[in-house]
Design a protein around this ligand. Sequence first.
Ligand code: SAH
Length: 204
Amino acid sequence: MRRRLVETIALKGISDKNVLDAMGKVPRHLFMESSFIKFAYKDQAFPIGAGQTISQPYTVAYQTQLLKVVRNAKILEIGTGSGYQAAVLLEMGARVFTIERQQELYVKVQQVLPQMGYHPRFFFGDGYKGLPTYGPYDGIVVTAGAPFIPEDLKNQLAIGGRMVIPVNNGDHQVMTLIIRHDEKEWEKQLCGDFAFVPMLKGTN
Ligand code: SAH
């Protein structure tokens, strides 16, 4: 079933072999709520508790492809959620720092992920602020719909670093790629429409 899911996302346009290989390895069914396990290899988002969702596999693949992850890259994820996106990045050999603002999900993911052999660095907090202590990052991936591009995150990108962030536009989000070229120069590319749960302020 997982192999078929990978074929589906490849047909939808994902071409980065490292992304497809990683998604072929991560056991998505172990990230699902029990009532949804049978749907784990459908290309859809599903509820994970606390009003949040595990992202659609195509969306995870699309964001990861835009990041251009190389082995040992330092990646910051905003919105740990189920931990699925973090697991895909770890499969690609990245060093992953991930922030979650929902206490319930933050506690749960720290039990589940290490049991599968995935060891990102987990942080509880408000992703708008990023994680300056461990920066700068080669990549930053925001997995919730942001009302704007947080300055703090732009400043935590390494020179040459890439940030993939879905930015609100009416009832959907525009996938936005930010590339930092210099101390004071960032390039912005718009990469299509997606649907995300909202990026919220503060912690719960
Ligand atoms: N990457 C997750 C997707 C989870 S959905 C996965 O693979 O399963 C988005 C997540 O972002 C939710 O868990 C939500 O609680 C979290 N989130 C929303 N606003 C946030 C913020 N300001 N800081 C950190 N996490 C946030």
